[in-house]
Design a protein around this ligand. Sequence first.
Ligand SMILES: Cc1cc2nc3c(=O)[nH]c(=O)nc-3n(C[C@H](O)[C@H](O)[C@H](O)COP(=O)(O)OP(=O)(O)OC[C@H]3O[C@@H](n4cnc5c(N)ncnc54)[C@H](O)[C@@H]3O)c2cc1C
Ligand SMILES: NC(=O)c1ccc[n+]([C@@H]2O[C@H](COP(=O)([O-])OP(=O)(O)OC[C@H]3O[C@@H](n4cnc5c(N)ncnc54)[C@H](O)[C@@H]3O)[C@@H](O)[C@H]2O)c1
Length: 448
Amino acid sequence: MSESFDLIVLGAGSGGLATAFRAAAHGARVALLEPGALGGTCVNLGCVPKKSLWFAAQLAQDQSRARAYGFSGTSGDFDWEHFRLRRLAYIDGIKQRYDERLQEAGVVLLREAGRFVSRDTIATTSGEELRARQIVIATGARPQKLDIPGFELGLISDDMFGLREQPRHIAIVGAGYIAVEFASVLRALGSEVTMFIRDRLLRQFDNEMVAAMCEHMARSGIHMVYGAKAKGLRRDGDALTFEDEMRGDWGPFDAVLWALGRVPHSDRLDLDAAGVMLDDKGYVITDSWQNTNVPGIAALGDVTSRRALTPVAVAAGRHLADRWFGGMADARLDYDDIASVVFSEPPLAVVGLSEADANTRFPGQVRVYRSRFTPMQWSLAGEQGRSLMKIICVGEDERVVGMHVLGPGSDEMLQGFAVALKMGMRKRDLDATVAIHPSSAEELVLMR
Ligand SMILES: Cc1cc2nc3c(=O)[nH]c(=O)nc-3n(C[C@H](O)[C@H](O)[C@H](O)COP(=O)(O)OP(=O)(O)OC[C@H]3O[C@@H](n4cnc5c(N)ncnc54)[C@H](O)[C@@H]3O)c2cc1C
Ligand SMILES: NC(=O)c1ccc[n+]([C@@H]2O[C@H](COP(=O)([O-])OP(=O)(O)OC[C@H]3O[C@@H](n4cnc5c(N)ncnc54)[C@H](O)[C@@H]3O)[C@@H](O)[C@H]2O)c1
């Protein structure tokens, strides 16, 4: 006999946990299946360990800035392994709290993978069967691999967090969020970094912002090779050679990171047994309410083709649980104008449209404001780098449809502006706001 629940959630990552907690708070009896670590990618192999390294990179930069300010003494070397253990202890604490909270909420946690037997029945790895009228697929994604010789000699992003030593000279293949973040952080911590970029950096981002980001990366000493096409990877002793189809061999490197995007975890779920449809890349097809084509089965987070960000998975899960179990018939996530930050050095924060996208959507109606300046804390240290801020407005009344900030503090700066943008802010609202001085953020209300 199979055990019955109101809701079965596959995956205890950002999206699955949020769905399970919210549904349980509404009184649903929930089973949550997770074969790996609680918290999924974000907590274990994504945002949290990545941001930890970014904080370390900030400290490394602050140490050299401190000398320019007049602090005496030499800065200490970075103990990579010490910090890995400290990070793990922090992450263990998060997972322990999740475990406790799930128990308190009465969610039944099964530390196993699930697969569909029919549209309302899930089988666990150990052969147990669970039934529910409603099922959520929140199984996330994994790093993309290439079928080329020697691929396995390189690392994927998951491996980066388990390294016992900091790479001395790393090649990073790819040019998305993950490639740029690791390149920046490792460079700030002292590694030599060479990036192999197929076409352009951060292709979803505003061209001008990306060009400014490239300037910072080049100035920091990151070597960028454009037009690269990976042919293979070769090991000679400790040295790795990256074989580029276009320009031959590059190296030696002591590590190579493949950062080529991610593929959805939809292939081991026996979705055919339930009739759930996938798109040609393997993402579960959903409508804007997270519904799949099968009534009672929803999907959210990285296993769908929406923005692959933790707060997106979390918000989608909460709205879905509110609708299914909280009586909120209209609850659903609005996918427009979602802010995000590339945790590079300096960070790049974005909400809304790029200039190019705005021109496509609103031809002839776009007005762009921009500000380029050297932030005070850099200037004081004699550094030349400049921040770039852009505000994209449309129409006679200059509705703000995009805000872009590259510079120190941008990671914390844009959240509040994202609220205002979503509320329909006009440029005149920024003009009517008195600046906080002296700050970098004040530029956003002072642009003419
Ligand atoms: C290096 C890196 C850095 C990132 N940094 C950021 C950042 O700074 N900010 C941000 O917003 N986003 C960031 N992301 C993206 C973010 O981590 C993801 O968008 C988010 O984790 C997606 O959540 P999810 O619940 O969809 O999937 P996941 O968190 O991946 O969780 C899916 C879970 O499902 C489990 N699972 C798989 N198959 C089954 C099965 N058959 N049965 C049961 N369970 C199963 C998996 O073990 C996993 O735990 C980063 C990602 C990476 C890789
Ligand atoms: N700070 C954040 O919020 C953050 C950080 C990391 C990841 N993420 C999320 O995770 C997602 C995945 O990140 P990602 O960096 O893996 O993917 P991505 O889609 O951002 O970038 C993938 C990169 O790989 C390149 N690429 C793909 N195939 C290639 C090939 N054969 N040869 C050379 N280059 C190739 C692409 O050109 C692109 O530059 C992101 O889209 C983002 O949503 C967010």
